[in-house]
Design a protein around this ligand. Structure first.
Ligand SMILES: *[C@@H]1O[C@H](CO)[C@@H](O)[C@H](O)[C@H]1NC(C)=O
Ligand SMILES: *[C@@H]1O[C@H](CO)[C@@H](O)[C@H](O)[C@H]1NC(C)=O
Ligand SMILES: *[C@@H]1O[C@H](CO)[C@@H](O)[C@H](O)[C@H]1NC(C)=O
Ligand SMILES: *[C@@H]1O[C@H](CO)[C@@H](O)[C@H](O)[C@H]1NC(C)=O
Ligand SMILES: *[C@@H]1O[C@H](CO)[C@@H](O)[C@H](O)[C@H]1NC(C)=O
Ligand SMILES: [Fe+2]
Length: 440
């Protein structure tokens, strides 16, 4: 046979499966990440394969007999909305009866392929401890400035949980969701070791947020769109600001979420609950306030997130009044690719605790915007003159760290990646009283 013909056959056979869109069998687990299932002693392991496979986690106590425990779960088929209609199998396994504060090692997959070995520490139980968080938004697969620093922080066990406040990958659906795959591989380096808790941002909106809804596994039954969970003395509420902007996904979602928020806040404010978990912290992607030099919603007095929509039937309530009414202590946001700390604020008015100690017994919620983790859109500059409610601003790449010490003390700081990890801002929020009564 002539060399040319041989080469032609090889090339032909090699290209055939690609040309007809039949990928090879691929049962190797990847994109491993953790989330807290919302029940004490639990953890969800989520991963991806590209062919159908079983969903198993083998695990054991650190330094115990390796993989002596087994948990099984389920895979769901996620078909991306792009032209290739790529198929991903998203595996979810919930581990239960984990011992508080005990470290575990695990791998996941099936007899057709196992992941690397990872480890995590089960969350402590009860309210008498001081959980530590990393928080940020707007982390992309290109220019992920803060990721290396977050990897090292995570490896030296600085955090009990990571809060990613919307906008992932830029964008997960791009290149037929291969960008989503690549991003999830990148964040495995942190998300496979501590619970990685999320909320949706505007960059997730393609195909009705399907990449977001399918790839994450947050508590509750809303496909990770809104949910709450407890950790130590804190009740964290995660929600979608996007219901105010992507009305085409369903206006009913906005009202459903609002009703749920109200119910959740009511419950969290029952005296016996608030006494146990005095801190209520909300996380949503698009802020109500910001002083960036763009035309974003947060730059407008009539911000949709803050005041709602008046051109829908019926009009849709905003969130500032709701959060104020239920005495939310801290509201964390992203979307603006910068860091901004606000004085306690309600209705565009500053309500300092006192002039010298604005964050000691503040008379309104405190807002933090931390959306400069790093993405291809770079940084969002500020208008030259800070607003009266703006306390500190920075356009360095970076992220925030938070520790909730006890009933009265919460500490938050902003790390600059540009300045090699320097802490460029910090705040102690001190409250002798929580709930709406604290505003009086
Ligand atoms: C978008 O997804 C949500 C959550 O699954 C669903 O309730 C809603 O009906 C969907 N909207 C559209 C337009 O398909
Ligand atoms: C409706 O909201 C827009 C901003 O979204 C605002 O400019 C307008 O004044 C509002 N109208 C009324 C009647 O409140
Ligand atoms: C909010 O402030 C505006 C003035 O900027 C005022 O007219 C309005 O009554 C205030 N609303 C509340 C609920 O305090
Ligand atoms: C709030 O406190 C800060 C810091 O002391 C101060 O600069 C600002 O003017 C205060 N704002 C009001 C309205 O009291
Ligand atoms: C709460 O934590 C802060 C910071 O560590 C500490 O100064 C304070 O004494 C603690 N309060 C109580 C009641 O333990
Ligand atoms: Fe955003």
């Amino acid at each position: 046979m002539e060399m040319g013909a041989f080469a032609a056959i090889v090339v032909f056979c090699g290209l055939m499966p690609l040309a007809f869109g039949v990928p090879p069998t691929w049962k190797q687990p990847e994109q491993v990440h953790l989330s807290y299932a919302g029940v004490p002693g639990s953890m969800v392991v989520t991963w991806t394969t590209f062919s159908e496979a079983d969903s198993v986690v083998e695990y054991s106590i650190w330094a115990g007999k390796l993989f002596e425990l087994t948990a099984k779960g389920q895979a769901t088929l996620f078909m991306d909305g792009g032209s290739e209609k790529r198929k991903l199998f998203i595996h979810r396994v919930t581990l239960t009866d984990l011992k508080p504060a005990v470290s575990y090692v695990y791998h996941c997959g099936s007899d057709s392929g196992w992941s690397d070995i990872f480890y995590f520490t089960a969350l402590k139980e009860g309210v008498g401890w001081s959980p530590r968080f990393a928080l940020f938004g707007d982390l992309g697969n290109d220019n992920p400035q803060s990721l290396a620093r977050l990897q090292k922080d995570t490896q030296i066990r600085m955090y009990d949980a990571i809060l990613h406040i919307g906008d992932f990958a830029y964008d997960m659906e791009e290149d037929n969701a291969r960008i989503g795959d690549q991003f999830m591989r990148q964040v495995e380096s942190i998300a496979a070791y501590v619970p990685y808790m999320t909320c949706p941002g505007n960059h997730e909106n393609a195909y009705n947020f399907s990449n977001y809804r399918n790839r994450f596994s947050m508590p509750g039954n809303t496909e990770s769109l809104w949910y709450s969970w407890n950790i130590g003395p804190v009740h964290i509420i995660s929600f979608s600001t996007e219901v105010y902007f992507f009305i085409k996904s369903g206006l009913d979602l906005l009202f459903k979420q609002y009703e749920w928020l109200q119910k959740d806040l009511e419950e969290a404010n029952r005296p016996e609950n608030r006494a146990q978990r005095p801190w209520i912290i909300t996380m949503g992607h698009r802020p109500m306030y910001c002083s960036n030099a763009d035309k974003d919603d947060c730059t407008q007095f009539n911000s949709h997130v803050r005041t709602g929509l008046n051109d829908t039937d019926p009009p849709a309530p905003g969130l500032e009044d709701l959060f104020y009414r239920y005495g939310v202590d801290l509201e964390v946001w992203a979307h603006e690719h910068s860091y901004e700390r606000l004085w306690p604020v309600y209705n565009y008015t500053v309500f300092n605790g006192s002039r010298n100690e604005p964050y000691v017994n503040p008379k309104a919620p405190v807002h933090i915007i931390t959306g400069s983790a790093g993405c291809r859109e770079r940084i969002d500059p500020f208008v030259p003159d800070p607003r009266p409610w703006s306390a500190f601003r920075s356009v360095d790449y970076g992220y925030a760290r938070m520790q909730v010490f006890n009933y009265s003390h919460l500490y938050l700081e902003q790390v600059s990646d540009d300045q090699y990890g320097k802490v460029i801002d910090s705040m102690w929020l001190v409250k002798d009283q929580h709930g709406p009564e604290a505003w009086l």
